[in-house]
Design a protein. Structure first.
Length: 541
């Protein structure tokens, strides 16, 4: 049209507007897109700004004539108006086609995509040329050219001329394709699969399958593009297994039924991409198997085979995971600022499916009769805090990603010593308690030869913890007044928190006494080495 110039909006904008117009006028988007391709190659303007116009003065993307009651200027200048006009023309041609169907064939069904062949035939005119045009449009629907990717997806509509032998629009014959796949024609009745023009799902895909073990849960997703003219809503569109009515091996308790995992997640307009996200769970198999699960969207019971997709999953029988404590300090002596110790923990999942999710740890504190509630740990070297002096038992167990709980490991024992400030300690002689960096909780009890400390002990074993260093005096250990050992504490370098002596305890209550100096030499009058001893703690287990 003279005087009208513009910049072409591009194929992405054309595609989006066709989807909107098709929904507005209730025509199949894939039919309108194919028509627009053959009419204008999806252009409103040429590269030099001129409007796309035919020798018959048809204008724009859909090549509509102003003589049809449309505004010529807007047809030329506004691609949105032009596309909507083309959708109106296509809808009108379908209505005219339906009126010409003989009543003996039954009601026409515009929801069947194949019935729009007659409307496409009338869109361009009539006669042999129009039939060839309709053939090309339907061929493009089935096999879109590369230029239309990624906006247009293949839709397997059937050309009625290839289903009904002898059918030709120009011959006066007619047909009606029904939703059940029955094609009724003036030439006879035939069976063939059909597509619904108002609802079609395409380009479906699922999340990749993975390895699972029995009862393991996982989240997966299915996506499909809405190729029809209806908006998808959760109350009408859901996902189903395929073949239909086949219970899934991956059914999760949250599924709507054994064959329907979930409804569409969000309202999806024509042309939009819908996502179905749902959990799966592997039923525990007797042996390792591989299963392929296919899913397909359904609307009001109608299945779109174009939207079928699936994944293969490998399922293994469930096996309980294991965990163990590979090392634990016998005494908590490795920190000077708090009562803590580092364990080493190893875990494994014997099944090739789930893997270990985390490890639980439980304790049995001194004097307690029940194990503590399990606590999660996510490291192979957890540091544990202790508060009560005495022997603590620690155990672990593994939990895998399928939720299977392993057995508790053999307990490991960790002893928290009594610091020299403990209320059970009774000191005699010239003891002092200086703060020394590196001692147990920072405090040492120091005294010259002859000073002693006593404490009640009950259990199976005990240990004397102190310091070693140059010139330090030995310690004499007594149990219930009986000499047990003389412990030498002298060393070339000073080291704190040292286990100086360990001994066994008979059953029952006892009194442990530690005296500074070698009391055997003192009793004999012999000279002693070392003038001072450092006592840090007493451990009782």
């Amino acid at each position: 049209m003279a005087g009208v110039r513009g910049i072409d909006p591009g194929m992405a904008a054309i595609n989006a507007e066709i989807d909107k117009a098709a929904a507005r006028r209730q025509v199949p988007p894939y039919v309108l897109k194919s028509i627009a391709w053959h009419e204008s190659r999806w252009r409103q303007f040429y590269s030099d700004g001129r409007v796309v116009v035919s020798s018959a003065c048809a204008l724009g993307v859909t090549q509509v004539l102003a003589s049809g009651g449309f505004d010529a200027y807007r047809l030329a200048s506004d691609y949105r108006y032009n596309i909507d006009a083309g959708a109106q023309v296509l809808a009108a041609k379908m209505a005219a086609s339906s009126r010409n169907v003989p009543s003996s064939l039954g009601a026409d069904e515009k929801r069947v995509g194949e019935n729009w062949y007659r409307a496409v035939y009338r869109y361009i005119g009539a006669g042999w040329y129009a039939m060839q045009y309709a053939d090309k449009v339907f061929s493009t629907i089935v096999t879109p050219p590369g230029e239309l990717q990624p906006w247009v997806l293949p839709v397997p509509v059937a050309n009625p001329r290839y289903v009904v032998p002898g059918y030709s629009p120009q011959s006066g014959h007619s047909y009606v394709a029904r939703l059940d796949g029955t094609w009724v024609s003036t030439l006879g009745t035939y069976k063939h699969r059909v597509n619904r023009g108002d609802w079609l799902a395409g380009a479906a895909r699922t999340s990749p399958g993975r390895v699972l073990e029995g009862d393991q849960r996982w989240s997966t997703s299915f996506v499909a593009r809405n190729l029809g003219w209806q908006t998808w809503t959760a109350d009408r569109v859901s996902l189903s297994t395929y073949p239909l009515q086949r219970a899934s091996r991956l059914r999760h308790p949250s599924w709507k039924t054994a064959t329907r995992p979930v409804a569409v997640a969000a309202t999806t307009p024509p042309g939009g991409v819908a996502k179905f996200t749902f959990p799966v769970m592997a039923k525990n198999p007797a042996s390792s198997i591989t299963v392929t699960e296919n899913f397909v969207p359904v609307v009001d019971g109608w299945v779109s085979m174009v939207g079928k997709a699936g994944s293969s999953w490998t399922l293994h029988p469930a096996k309980s995971p294991t965990a163990r404590i590979t090392s634990a300090p016998e005494y908590v002596t490795d920190r000077s600022t708090d009562s803590s110790a580092t364990l080493s923990v190893a875990s494994a999942d014997p099944s090739p499916g789930a893997g270990v999710a985390y490890v639980q740890l439980s304790r049995l504190s001194p004097g307690a009769t029940t194990w503590s509630a399990p606590a999660k740990i996510f490291t192979t070297a957890p540091r544990l805090m202790f508060t009560a002096a005495g022997a603590h038992s620690v155990r672990v167990r593994a939990i895998d990603k399928a939720g299977h709980v392993g057995a508790w490991s053999a307990p490991a024992r960790v002893v928290l010593p009594r610091d020299n400030t403990h209320v059970s300690m009774t000191f005699d002689g010239a003891w002092e308690s200086p703060t020394v960096n590196g001692s147990w909780l920072g405090s040492l009890a120091t005294a010259p030869a002859g000073a002693g400390v006593s404490t009640p002990v009950t259990g199976s074993a005990y240990a004397v913890i102190g310091s070693r260093g140059p010139g330090l005096a030995p310690l004499t250990v007594y149990l219930d007044g009986e000499l047990v050992a003389v412990v030498q504490a002298t060393a070339e370098t000073t080291r704190h928190r040292q286990v100086l002596y360990e001994g066994m305890l008979p059953e029952g209550e006892h009194v442990l006494r530690v005296v500074v100096g070698d009391q055997t030499l003192q009793q004999s009058g012999a000279a002693q080495s070392g003038a001072m001893a450092y006592l840090d703690a007493i451990a009782v287990a």
